[in-house]
Design a binder for this molecule. Sequence first.
Ligand code: SF4
Length: 281
Amino acid sequence: MKKSDLQAKNIKNNIKIKKSYKNVTLFNTKSATLLLTKFRTEDKMKDIIGRISSVETMGTVDGPGVRYVLFMQGCNLRCKYCHNPETWAHDGKCLKFTPGTMVRRILRYKSYMGKDGGVTFSGGEPLLQPEFVTALLKLCKFHGMHTAIDTAGVGGEHIGDILNNTDLVILDVKATNAEEYKKITGFSMDKFNEFLKILDTKPCKVWLRQVIVPGINDTEEKVLSLKDFAKKIKNVEKIELLPYKTLGVHKYEKLGIPYPLKAVPDMDEERLEELQKLLKV
Ligand code: SF4
């Protein structure tokens, strides 16, 4: 190579090096600290294992927009109309992931989420795996994703940590008084009431939901009491009534669990619409 060609090549290489150095500098100043925090956080999270019953990669009913939905394994309630009895057992058949592995899976779908979508933790009961759920929520927030939990509000400790990283709480209100709550879930309302107290201290948006079951809570009186209940909760954006469906009955048969609502038909959609109108303000 001639000396002049060599000089020209060196100059070109220098320019390339300077350009890439500039990129490195920009990258360092803007993102490296955040990335370092993320890697350190992920490293700390590598021993946390989440138990997940199943996932839905493009859900459209559990929160705004298109969502990655994780159905967590384990629930302490026994709602009469539950259509996911396979999620009850804490040690039931499930997928096991660390938060780091799970967030990488979720990120594959981030481009489908658009500006409204995000990630929803459903169940089972997401509050019962606070370490995993909090860690994964933090990673989702780090990656700029909207976060929601779909919960019955019955968990153990560290609920505040979960809510600190949650944009939207989809709260399944089983009943608004202790007697009916026990009839539907088999348990006392105390933990639910504790959850409400913690929720009241957080800025999360709230959607309230109630499953309407013929002969159990399909009356105007009960729907109006849900409306009153909603007035006591902060940041409620909407109240949705969901129709009871007999869809999950075959799961009970498969699991050998007696189905408690055998004689109850699907909720009539027209009646449900009438009841939903009572919730308009
Ligand atoms: S809280 Fe949800 S998962 Fe648990 S029993 Fe009730 S309906 Fe089923």
